[in-house]
Design a protein around this ligand. Structure first.
Ligand SMILES: *[C@@H]1O[C@H](CO)[C@@H](O)[C@H](O)[C@H]1NC(C)=O
Ligand SMILES: *[C@@H]1O[C@H](CO)[C@@H](O)[C@H](O)[C@H]1NC(C)=O
Length: 711
């Protein structure tokens, strides 16, 4: 280090010119803010001063030869002398002239080219520009020839305390939890000072509190703000205004100062328990209130805020714990009492509950202050409400036999008004559920009667709705479903399950099953159907066929012998009596038609050749009707023909008086009233075989007669 310094010095000394720097002594001796005492002096004075200064400065701080200093903010009547350039060159014969160039040369700094005195001609501000770099040169006065190379030097503007501290980020806001211990750090603030921080004390700041004591303190150097009182209570005072001052010059008198404000807000901690506003609450509720309805609200106040004020509500005791519940409304911070089960004024008219509110977020620091909960009593009075009738059962199931007599009572519903006033009740049938008006109800006693006959085979269930209405208040209505089941009565006889057509092989063997038939019955007996089959009593000893009942309620028809021959008899009709197991049993006779056919050896029917005259026998009803229609048409033609013949032979007939019927028929032809009808009837009666009587008689006989004849 000393070597380098030496080098620097040599570098500086090498040029012939020496910057003979002088500075007014007052710069170093006077207080900074008294720079104005500096006045201009004669060059001699300055020289002398600079001599003193050099000694003083060297001893005080390392002298830098290429620096000059000038005090900022100087505002005297004359320009301030910054320093003097001087060269060791022998001035002898030549006259030397000093030239200044660089930052501010000529504008801020002026040089006396003969003496080398440099003056600042403008007021300088260190905070604006702290140093100026200039170049000095000595030249021949006459020739302007440089006498040595130019030399660079710096003019430093020297600080005075002309800037007050400033809080650039103020005003400040900070929070600290209430109930904090003394000395809890709140925040820190910072002020800045534009003055030179490395030179003097102009920027040396000291902090203090002007307002806000005794609650807060500030560390003078670090500006850390702390609580100065323990256990400050937010619930007592939430916000504090602190005024902070920063003072430069290390806080000494004469320094400049700046202030700011800090707003400190105490944040909440849970240091207060909930407290019910009332120790007793009264609520009343109508007995018919819908489940879940809010009956009332209870609120425990808590001086804390936010989650520290949150409480959960509970029913901890009382005779209504099963019927009521309480829920916590976090928004309103209260407890809502609701109905959980139906009330009945007629059973119990009031309830008492003990409710508790307990803080949810407990701070263990304060739990020693006691339980963070509170209780209150809630009295609930049940009010009577007009309630609709109540049926003795939620549903009814009635049974009735299908043959029940009209107006017979099927069953009864009962209902009562649960209210104390107990209104009489009237019953009716909801006709939408009984469109056929199958039933009636006695409006007073609820007895249901049969209005129209029942048929189980048509409809087993009649599900109707009965309405009960209070006579005193028609809006009080209840409904109940009534299912009426129609019970079976044996009112249907069994019959063949389908139309059977049996074939009998000519080459069949005795005992062979010709056909198996089964029966059906529309009734529905409890234990299922059991059918009995028999031949007609007069046919029990039928030489041709026999019957055999099977396990499954069906019947087999067997041939008794072989040798059936369709040439001899093509069709056999076998009436079978089927009876059910009802009480009393019902029976009917169904006739099985058995046709004799030619079969192959393995029993496959091949030909049931039928002659024309027996066609109708095995034909269906449709075919029979068609054939009948043909016959009728034929007959009509015959009648027309005969009638025409009669007209032609009229004289003959008139002459012939023997047959009264002929005359009557003629009247008939002419048409004529009651006599005519009478005459017709008489004729028919008198001569059943006559033309008029023939047609209906024939038709009847044909339809009915064939099975009769065959049987
Ligand atoms: C009527 O009610 C009975 C018993 O509830 C039920 O079994 C039946 O299916 C109902 N019938 C009709 C047609 O709704
Ligand atoms: C039995 O069959 C014979 C001819 O094969 C017949 O003459 C007789 O009438 C039949 N008897 C009955 C009861 O059908």
């Amino acid at each position: 280090m000393p070597e380098r310094l030496a080098e620097t010095l040599v570098d500086l000394w090498t040029p012939l010119i020496i910057l003979w720097i002088t500075l007014p002594s007052c710069v170093y001796t006077a207080p900074m803010n008294q720079a104005h005492v500096l006045t201009t002096g004669s060059p001699l004075e300055l020289s002398r001063q600079s001599e003193d200064m050099r000694i003083l400065s060297r001893s005080k701080r390392g002298w830098v030869w290429n620096q000059m200093f000038v005090l900022e903010e100087f505002s005297g009547p004359e320009p301030i002398l910054v320093g003097r350039l001087h060269t060791d060159l022998d001035p002898g014969s030549k006259k030397i002239k000093y030239i200044l160039s660089g930052d501010g040369a000529g504008t801020i700094f002026q040089i006396n080219d003969i003496t080398g005195d440099i003056h600042a001609i403008k007021r300088l501000d260190r905070e604006e520009k702290a140093e100026y770099t200039l170049t000095a040169q000595a030249v021949d006065f006459e020739t302007n020839k440089p006498l040595e190379p130019p030399s660079e030097f710096i003019i430093k503007v020297q600080d005075i305390n002309d800037n007050a501290p400033e809080f650039l980020n103020g005003p400040y806001h900070a929070t600290v939890p209430e109930m904090s211990i003394l000395g809890t750090s709140v925040t820190n603030v910072t002020a800045t000072d534009a003055d030179d921080p490395v030179y003097g004390n102009s920027a040396k700041l000291v902090y203090s509190i002007l307002e806000g004591q005794p609650y807060f303190s500030i560390e003078p150097e670090t500006a850390i703000i702390k609580t100065a009182l323990p256990n400050m209570d937010r619930e007592a005072k939430e916000e504090y205004l602190v005024v902070i001052q920063a003072k430069d010059m290390g806080g000494h008198s004469g320094g400049l100062s700046g202030t700011t404000t800090l707003t400190v807000t105490l944040t909440d901690v849970n240091d207060n328990p909930p407290k019910f506003a009332q120790s007793l609450y009264h609520f009343s509720v109508p007995e018919d209130v819908v489940l879940g309805t809010a009956i009332g609200r209870v609120k425990a106040n808590d001086q804390d805020i936010g989650e520290n004020a949150q409480s959960s509500y509970d029913i901890i005791d009382g005779d209504g714990t099963a019927l009521f519940e309480i829920t916590s409304d976090a928004q309103a911070q209260d407890g809502v009492i609701r109905l959980r089960k139906p009330l009945d004024f007629e059973t119990k008219k009031s309830y008492t509950l003990k409710v508790e509110a307990a803080n949810i977020h407990i701070d263990p620091r304060f739990s020693s202050r006691g339980p963070f909960k509170d209780t209150a009593t809630v009295k609930i009075v049940v009010e009577d409400a007009d309630e609709p009738p109540v049926f003795s059962s939620p549903t009814y199931l009635l049974e009735v036999h299908e043959n029940a007599a009209l107006n017979s009572v099927i069953g009864q519903v009962t209902a009562r008004d649960p209210d104390i006033t107990s209104s009489p009740i009237r019953f009716s049938i909801d006709r939408h559920t009984d469109l056929e008006r199958q039933f009636n109800i006695n409006a007073d006693d609820g007895k249901i009667t049969l209005a129209t006959p029942l048929d189980r085979e048509l409809s087993v269930w009649h599900n109707i709705t009965i309405i009960a209405t209070e006579i005193r208040n028609h809006s009080q209505i209840s409904r109940v479903p009534v299912a009426i089941k129609v019970l079976d009565v044996n009112d249907n006889a069994p019959e063949f399950a389908s139309e059977y057509e049996a074939f009998l092989c000519e080459n069949g063997k005795p005992g062979q099953v010709i056909q198996t038939v089964s029966a059906m019955d529309k009734d529905d007996p409890k234990n299922g159907h059991f059918f009995l089959y028999s031949l007609l009593p007069e046919m029990v000893n039928n030489p041709n066929f026999t019957i055999k009942k099977n396990e499954d309620n069906s019947l087999s028809i067997l041939a008794k012998h072989n040798g059936f021959n369709r040439q001899k008899q093509e069709v056999y009709l076998l009436p079978i009596v089927i009876s059910d197991s009802g009480n009393p049993p019902l029976s009917s006779t169904s006739t099985l038609t058995i046709r004799v056919c030619g079969c192959s050896n393995d029993g496959v029917v091949q030909s049931c050749n039928v002659e024309a005259y027996v066609l109708p026998i095995g034909l269906s009803m449709g075919a029979l009707i068609a054939i009948l229609a043909c016959i009728i048409l034929l007959l009509v033609i015959v009648v027309l023909f005969v009638t025409l013949r009669r007209h032609k032979n009229e004289p003959l007939i008139i002459k012939d008086d023997e047959d009264v019927r002929e005359n009557i028929i003629r009247y008939d032809d002419e048409g004529g009233g009651e006599e005519d009808t009478e005459a017709f009837d008489i004729a028919t009666l008198q001569n059943p075989d006559g033309i008029n009587g023939f047609l209906p008689h024939y038709r009847r006989g044909f339809l009915r007669g064939i099975p009769e004849n065959a049987a």
